[in-house]
Design a protein around this ligand. Structure first.
Ligand code: ADP
Ligand code: 5GP
Length: 206
């Protein structure tokens, strides 16, 4: 039994709809904290430093990496991304559930470095729809769009490593499934230490 929050990891090929779903889940479930990653990627229009990402130069990222600052890190689509370790551990120790929007390499490292959690893979309904969504979002030039489509295949190849699979075809249906996974995870005894103490006191159990 431990008293930490839930490690909730969501992976999907870029453009699948992860950010859309994560924003809603965090807004509707106040116990959630979003793990703010560091990245060397340039901010997209509307993205804020310290809210969406901590935007770092490559030099600064590498310096932090050498100092053991990250719980996991990976190079994705030509940029570096990493999860700050101390901030994450502090949130979990406070009993906050932490949501990670990271790639498959990062998910694998987190399992090793931080351990148990809910690992969810989100799929686009088809290749064509993934291409349409990336195009419609309008944040990628043709070269990075092609790179993200090629990477999608590699990421999907890792889906057997995940505990839950959700297809983001109808957005509402995908959201309800994602929330159901979260609520089911919360019912695990290991996340209910306070209730266990109450039970033991109430029923006089050892
Ligand atoms: P990701 O974070 O996975 O890269 P986004 O959340 O930015 O993806 O979504 C990519 C695009 O697809 C956005 O324009 C978003 O509005 C759209 N989108 C997300 N989910 C759906 C869905 N179920 N049906 C149609 N469009 C979607
Ligand atoms: P984007 O540039 O579209 O925001 O993210 C590109 C990819 O990097 C996505 O698959 C996203 O999940 C992943 N990513 C974002 N933050 C991290 C992180 O801290 N670590 C790892 N390993 N991947 C990340």
């Amino acid at each position: 039994m431990n008293s930490t929050g839930i490690l909730f990891v969501l992976c999907a090929p870029s453009g699948t709809g992860k950010s859309t779903l994560v924003r809603r889940l965090v807004a509707e479930c106040p116990s959630f904290a979003f793990s703010i990653s560091c990245t060397t990627r340039a901010p997209r229009p509307g993205e804020r430093d310290g809210v969406d990402y901590h935007f770092l130069s490559r030099e600064e990222f590498l310096r932090r990496r050498e100092a053991g600052f990250f719980a996991e890190w990976a190079e994705v689509h030509g940029n570096l991304y990493g999860t700050p370790k101390a901030a994450t551990l502090e949130l979990l120790a406070q009993g906050r559930d932490v949501l990670f929007d990271i790639d498959v390499q990062g998910a694998r490292q987190l399992r090793t470095s931080l351990g148990a959690g809910a690992y969810v893979f989100l799929f686009p309904p088809s290749r064509e729809e993934l291409h349409r969504r990336l195009t419609r979002r309008g944040t990628e030039d043709p070269e990075t769009l092609a790179r993200r489509m090629a990477a999608a295949k590699e990421e999907i190849a890792h889906c057997p490593e995940f505990d839950y699979w959700i297809v983001n075809d109808d957005l509402e249906d995908a959201y309800q499934r994602l929330k159901a996974v979260y609520l089911a995870e919360k019912c695990r005894p290991r996340y209910q230490e306070a209730w266990q103490r109450t039970l033991w006191n109430t029923w006089g159990l050892a």
